[in-house]
Write a protein that binds this ligand. Structure first.
Ligand SMILES: [Zn+2]
Length: 306
């Protein structure tokens, strides 16, 4: 495999917490893997934080400080920029945001914030984290989307941001899929039919994502992969096989969640092990489909929607 794209990692959060940088050897998303690497770096803003916008700014500033100290890394705003970055021998990246509790009732202010996020290179946005907020219900709670949450989701979509349903509970995710005709993805969730964990999405939701030409990034976290929870690459293949069986060959992608989970699969400990996943995908699904899963579908989505 030559190219690899990942819809989600929590590496910046880890750097922020431990005041480290990308040279930290304990990170799972490491620098200079032996393939071309496009990473989405997530910026996490916890639900219920009193001043979440200030918090978001702090993490984002730190993220920018971390990533911008590396001259070989380039924040990209389009598929064309990603191609050019690779052609120049550099490493492209984009951002995702988890939790936007800082959106309030003032829709003009919300629009300014949404445009600012886009200007900063954000591509994917989750309205809330697991606990949920005044916009939508997360996976730890029962309530659905609020009226304001629906207005914010439409606003995000209208400025060209993609709404991420990975941390929404099934009720909110269903409402989101009903609301948005496009610009919707599950960046790091697996198949509920194979592992009944609330962070995974149902077959009906996967089919809605397929209809909306969205994306589904399969997550490496063992909680979301298998019974018993000592997942291996073979468990990831099961989830990909299931998505493909539902017709998802154009939406299946990677949302590894490296640096955000308590335990990684034994045979997939970090980014350097991705070629083993590439080999397994190729052996199972053939080179062309493996390439779509590893990079092509994510890149195609960016080409069409960023
Ligand atoms: Zn997450």
């Amino acid at each position: 495999m030559e190219l690899y794209g990942d819809l989600h990692c929590d590496t910046l959060w880890k750097c922020y917490r431990f005041q480290s940088d990308l040279e930290d050897p304990t990170l799972e998303v490491k620098r200079n893997p032996p393939f071309k690497h496009l990473q989405t770096y997530a910026i996490y803003s916890p639900d219920g934080t009193e001043d979440p916008y200030a918090y978001f700014r702090a993490v984002h500033t730190y993220g920018e400080e971390v990533l911008r100290r590396y001259p070989d890394m380039c924040l990209c705003y389009s598929g064309e920029e990603i191609d050019k970055t690779f052609a120049a021998g550099k490493t492209p990246y984009i951002y995702g945001v988890e939790g936007v509790g800082f959106f309030g009732e003032d829709m003009l202010k919300n629009e300014r914030i949404a445009l600012e996020l886009k200007k900063r290179g954000v591509a994917f946005i989750s309205l809330c984290y697991n606990e949920g907020n005044h916009l939508a219900g997360g996976t730890n709670v029962e309530f659905g989307m609020s009226t304001l949450g629906k207005q914010v989701a439409l606003l995000l979509r209208n400025v060209g941001l993609t709404v991420d349903i990975s941390h929404l509970n099934h009720r909110s995710a269903d409402q989101m899929l009903e609301l948005l005709p496009d610009h919707v993805a599950a960046t790091h969730s697996n198949c509920y039919a194979l592992k009944a964990h609330p962070r995974n999405i149902t077959d009906a939701q996967i089919k809605e994502l397929i209809c909306r030409k969205g994306l589904m990034g399969v997550n490496f976290c063992h909680h979301f992969l298998s019974y018993p929870e000592d997942a291996k690459i073979s468990d990831l293949l099961d989830h990909f096989r299931h998505i493909l069986r539902l017709g998802g060959e154009d939406i299946a992608a990677i949302g590894g969640d490296f640096d955000g989970m308590t335990r990684v699969p034994a045979d997939l400990p970090d980014l350097y092990a991705i070629p083993a996943l590439g080999d397994a995908l190729e052996k199972e699904f053939g080179a062309e489909l493996a390439q779509k899963i590893l990079y092509g579908n994510m890149k195609n989505y960016i080409d069409l929607n960023l």
